[in-house]
Design a protein around this ligand. Structure first.
Ligand code: CTP
Length: 399
């Protein structure tokens, strides 16, 4: 996806610098050449040797390096790149870039470049929230700098809040998007994900074990290929990926409404684990125990089948509709029947028996079934399944 592109990666001084080593790998996997620059502070966290070994080339560190400067190294470096990425972008680097200061190699490159710049900020939550940093952020955005993250979460300094650098996969997705690259540029893809919650009363609900990991990875992989992604998600335990439009829902009926509102789409992938039934006699008051010890009797009503509805649309149906089939027995047989019954183009079948550890786990093993037949993939990480599926979607839409 980034084949033949050169990315100048400036690694600033922050504990998140270790994630930039992984970022180098992720970018190379996508076909990019990474030219690394390590700031003096960055070199306190990761070594030039580790960086150059991973990048497979020189790690640039000094502004006044005689051999490089004989060839006007800093101008060359920033001109030869297709995109300049700063990860981690410290408060100090952001301030220098916003003010146009150039006391070292990294800041000089940022000033000398005529290419797009993408920053992945990482810093302590108070530094991030400081009015000076927020002012610089506004200025950088106004200057056309793309920004990915920071995310919220536990920080290395023991505090909690926004300031964690975006994950390498999120940064890679933002890089693809910033380059306007990929086979799905100009396409709109809808993804449903996570469980749905069906209320019993104001404090209780029925849910399921879906973590939303596969759906989130899929949305990220599709965005990675340049798609505009609408991500309709139930309350999942993994956060939605960066760079997608998120619609949060709780019940199956809310999910259907969000999906209908998000159409039209070129493709729709239904990875959500939707509750088949809702509680028909849900109460708006908490059910209380009574003196006789009688348990409340729940009645169920069937939820709309979102996948079937969209697959069977007469007008405005997405060109490609993909369903998932989570089964515990006779997986292929049940999944093939489900594809025909619901009317979707492909069904991605997986075995979610507890012994497989797939539901809520990090790996998946799927068989993709379409009208022509079926294709079984070996067991692999959910992000890898997502990338293969996204590539298959891109190939189908290109036909
Ligand atoms: N699905 C949906 N809306 C529903 C139920 C399921 O959109 N109300 C979608 C899921 O997102 C998934 C596919 O249908 O893509 C299959 O879901 P699954 O729960 O396996 O199918 P069911 O129709 O519930 O079949 P069964 O419970 O009989 O296995």
């Amino acid at each position: 996806m980034l084949a033949g592109k050169t990315i100048l990666l400036i690694i600033g001084g922050g504990i998140a610098a270790y994630k930039s080593l992984d970022l180098i790998r992720r970018l190379q996997e996508r076909g990019a050449r990474v030219v690394p620059v390590l700031t003096r502070a960055g070199a306190e966290f990761v070594t030039p040797l580790a960086v150059s070994a991973l990048a497979g080339g020189k790690c640039h560190t000094e502004l006044f390096n005689l051999t490089d400067e004989a060839e006007m190294g800093h101008i060359q470096l920033s001109r030869a790149a297709d995109l300049v990425v700063v990860a981690p972008a410290t408060a100090d680097l952001m301030a220098k870039l916003a003010a146009g200061l150039a006391p070292d190699l990294a800041s000089t490159l940022l000033l000398a470049t005529d290419k797009r710049v993408l920053i992945a900020p990482a810093m302590n939550v108070r530094m991030w929230q400081h009015p000076a940093t927020q002012r610089n952020l506004v200025q950088l955005r106004a200057d056309g700098v793309a920004v990915v993250g920071p995310n919220e979460g536990d920080m290395a300094c023991g505090e909690f809040g926004p300031g964690r650098m975006a994950e390498p996969l999120e940064i890679a997705a933002a890089i693809s998007a910033a380059m306007g690259d990929g086979p799905l540029v100009g396409r709109h893809v809808l993804v449903t994900s996570g469980p749905t919650l069906e209320p019993i009363d104001p404090v209780r609900y029925i849910a399921n074990r879906s973590s939303g990991a596969q759906g989130a990875a899929l949305a990220a992989a599709l965005a990675d290929l340049g798609a505009r992604v609408t991500f309709v998600t139930g309350p999942a335990s993994v956060p939605p990926p960066a760079g997608v439009e998120v619609m949060r829902v709780e019940t199956a009926r809310e999910m259907l409404a969000a999906v209908e509102a998000a159409l039209p789409a070129d493709a729709a992938v239904f990875a959500a684990a939707v509750a088949d039934w809702r509680v028909a006699n849900a109460s708006d008051r908490k059910f209380k125990k009574d003196a006789t010890g009688t348990a409340p009797k729940l009645e169920f009503a069937e939820n709309p089948d979102i996948l079937a509805r969209i697959s069977q649309m007469k007008k405005g149906r997405p060109a490609l509709v993909v369903g998932f089939a989570a089964e515990t027995d006779n997986v292929l047989e049940h999944a093939s029947a489900k594809r025909v019954r619901k009317g979707c183009d492909w069904i991605v079948a997986n075995d979610v028996s507890p012994a497989t550890g797939i539901m809520g786990g990090v790996e998946n093993m799927v068989t993709v079934i379409d009208a022509e037949g079926s294709e079984s993939w070996p067991r692999m990480g959910k992000p890898e399944v997502a990338r293969r599926l996204a590539a298959r979607v891109a190939a189908a839409l290109a036909r």
